[in-house]
Structure formats: C-alpha cells, structure tokens
Design a protein around this ligand. Sequence first.
Ligand SMILES: NC(=O)c1ccc[n+]([C@@H]2O[C@H](COP(=O)([O-])OP(=O)(O)OC[C@H]3O[C@@H](n4cnc5c(N)ncnc54)[C@H](O)[C@@H]3O)[C@@H](O)[C@H]2O)c1
Length: 251
Amino acid sequence: MSGTKQKVVLITGAGGGMCTGINARLAKVGYALALVDFSAEAVERAVQAVTAAGGEAKPFVADVTDPAQVHALGDQVRAEFGAVDAIVNAAGVLDRKYLKDHDDDSFARALGINLVGPFRIIQEFAPAMVEQGWGRIVNISSIAGVTGYPYPSYAASKAGLSNLTRSLTIDFWGTGVTINSICPGVVDTPMVIDEVRRQVPRKVPTERIVEPDEIGAVAAFLLSDDARSINGADILIDGGATRFFQLFDRP
Ligand SMILES: NC(=O)c1ccc[n+]([C@@H]2O[C@H](COP(=O)([O-])OP(=O)(O)OC[C@H]3O[C@@H](n4cnc5c(N)ncnc54)[C@H](O)[C@@H]3O)[C@@H](O)[C@H]2O)c1
C-alpha cells in the first residue's frame, strides 16, 4: 500500500467460507474492511473474527442483486469510511442445476448474483477510485468460467464475470484503477461437496484442496502496488486442474 491514509476494501460475500481467508489477509496487510453479505449473522461473525485478530472491520447487510440496496450500501459505507479504495467481489452462488432442472427464474437468479451483482458493486464504488486516481478491483470468478462445467448458470455467470473483468480495463484506462479475476479451483469451503473433495487427488496435479488463505494471499498481492501492471488477468489458483486434458489421470 502507498500513501498515509488507511486504505479501505469492500468485500462482498464476506460471511462465506472463502472470505475467512480473504478477510484475514487483507486486514493483516492493514486494510480497513467494509464487510458485506446478505446474511447479517454471517457478516457479524466475519467482523468478530477480524477484530479478534486485531484488524478493523465493519458489517454491512445488502443483497448485491438489488440496485436500491447497493445504492443504500454505497451511502452507508461512505458515511462510515469515506471512499473505498478496493473491492473484492466474492458473493456468489453455485446452483447445482442441469438444463432440464432450471425453472423460469433460476438461471437469471444465478446470473444476478454472480455477474450482475459485481457489475452493480463496481458501478457504485469505482467512480471514487477513478476520482482519487488509484483503485483495485478483484472479482472471484472460477475455473468453471475457464472450462466447461456441468452446471450452466454457474459456468455462464463466471465466464461472464471474467470477461467483464477484461472488458472493464478499457473503462479504467489511464485512471490508476486495475481490475483482475481470481479463478479458484476446489477451495476448502462449505460450497464443496464430498464427492468433489474425494476426486481432488486424481484430478488435481498438486493433489490438494486449496485453502481460503491461499486465495487471500493472492488477493492481497493484487491489491498491492507491486501488482500495478497486472490488469485484466484471470489468475488461476487450481493446482493445475485445468491445465491438462482431463481424460488422462495421474500416471
Ligand atoms: N469454494 C470453492 O471451491 C470455489 C471455487 C471457485 C470459486 N468460488 C467462488 O468463490 C466465492 C465465495 O465462495 P464460498 O466458497 O466462500 O461460498 P459461500 O457460499 O461460503 O459464500 C458465499 C457468500 O456470499 C453470500 N451471498 C450470496 N448471495 C448474495 C447476495 N445476493 N448478496 C450478498 N451476499 C450474497 C452468502 O451469504 C455467503 O456468505 C463465490 O463467488 C464462489 O462462486 C468458490
């Protein structure tokens, strides 16, 4: 980080499993955290975990799919912290539905959370970053946005999020704001079902599940000045799972 003012990062989905690692790492490098989730209980627990470890965090309850709630969130966060310097969009949902199982609304609902939500959050908070000439945005996408994936709403929303990331580099041209995606593989959170956990040694060359802290470490790097030339990237953190033709198992 540079400058004297303590930088502020807004993290959505902050009450979730992956954010245990992201919140802790960003608090450790000195960010003040505006933690957002639509579960009041989960975000309160996340704030307690950060403050118990000596960090600074405040809870905010909002549904990122609702424009009115995102605008209200903007007002609340600015009243508490002033301008936000960085965003981590981690709110997401994995709807395990195949084509035949989707109803009229379910596909749009998943896109609303995983793709439109980050768009709304960026639209609300990025103008202040542009104004101050420095900002960092990290979108938590997925390897499901890089390869095909069994659940189409998840795959399409995450592919959309990664391409939103690439495309917004043009909006932020010359502004001092960078935007990148992290594409995790299988991370040790409640989102992961036991069957997938069991597959990890056969499907992931590192033979290990990724810890939330590893995602936090990369997010912290992307938010640093050292990462100032990394822009529009998809950073894969998947132990190499997407790097080989999956019809081959380990030798
Ligand atoms: N766990 C994995 O293996 C994995 C892998 C790749 C990508 N991801 C992505 O990482 C992110 C975090 O996943 P996780 O494993 O921590 O899942 P999680 O379910 O533990 O956390 C997601 C959080 O987002 C919140 N949320 C959901 N919809 C919201 C909304 N509309 N508004 C505000 N908050 C909302 C939930 O309340 C929850 O606290 C997600 O975007 C997910 O798609 C996870």
